[in-house]
Design a protein around this ligand. Structure first.
Ligand code: IMP
Ligand code: MG
Length: 178
């Protein structure tokens, strides 16, 4: 197998800054200190993106984490989603922003959205670092997108292949052959 660099640490950092600015601007007049934005990070892949993003968020916010499992140790989605960890705080009547690493088929996010919408948040938006629109099976509307990428399996910056490579500071394309 081999890994080829696709997005450098610098390219990622620059785009995270752009996303943070868009988020700050969008929520500036929507959230208050009394009613902060609830950032919901989907474990584990999105944690590094969250950590970089949240440090540039200048509006009042709180952080929640949820865990779902959709992938086995393979590069193909199972289409099934299981909740393993849920938010601690109620999201009802709050502005909610889901932080996702990558949207592939959209199956996992579709299920997460259904689950969270049923709790009647004031608003429910998504920020994703990466989007692979060619692979989409569910139509999910995403407010903030970092990079639109072609149909390659990518790793690094939180993204794994069979739990490995999350620690890479860049995003690389994983090639099984070679
Ligand atoms: P989806 O349900 O097909 O949209 O995929 C959801 C999850 O699969 C993402 O949040 C990732 O955790 C994982 N995933 C999808 N594509 C990739 C990839 O190219 N590299 C690593 N993980 C991926
Ligand atoms: Mg993920």
């Amino acid at each position: 197998m081999s890994i080829s660099t696709y997005l450098s640490a610098k390219q990622i950092a620059d785009q995270v800054q752009v996303l943070a600015q868009q988020i700050n601007q969008f929520y500036q007049n929507r959230v208050t200190a009394e009613q902060p934005l609830i950032l919901i990070t989907i474990l584990k892949g999105s944690t590094i993106f969250y950590a970089d993003l949240v440090r540039q968020v200048t509006i009042p916010c709180i952080s929640e984490f949820i865990s779902i499992s959709s992938y086995g140790n393979d590069t193909e989605s199972s289409g099934q989603v299981r909740f393993e960890l849920d938010t601690r705080q109620s999201i009802t009547r709050s502005h909610v922003l889901i932080i996702e690493d990558i949207i592939d088929t959209g199956n996992s996010l579709h299920t997460v959205l259904q689950h969270l919408r049923a709790r009647h948040p004031l608003s429910l938006e998504i920020v994703t670092l990466l989007s692979k629109p060619d692979r989409r099976q569910q139509d999910v509307s995403v407010k903030f997108i970092g990079f639109i990428i072609p149909d390659h399996f990518v790793i690094g910056y939180g993204l794994d292949y069979a739990e490995r490579y999350r620690e890479l500071p860049y995003i690389g394309i994983y090639n099984e052959e070679k």
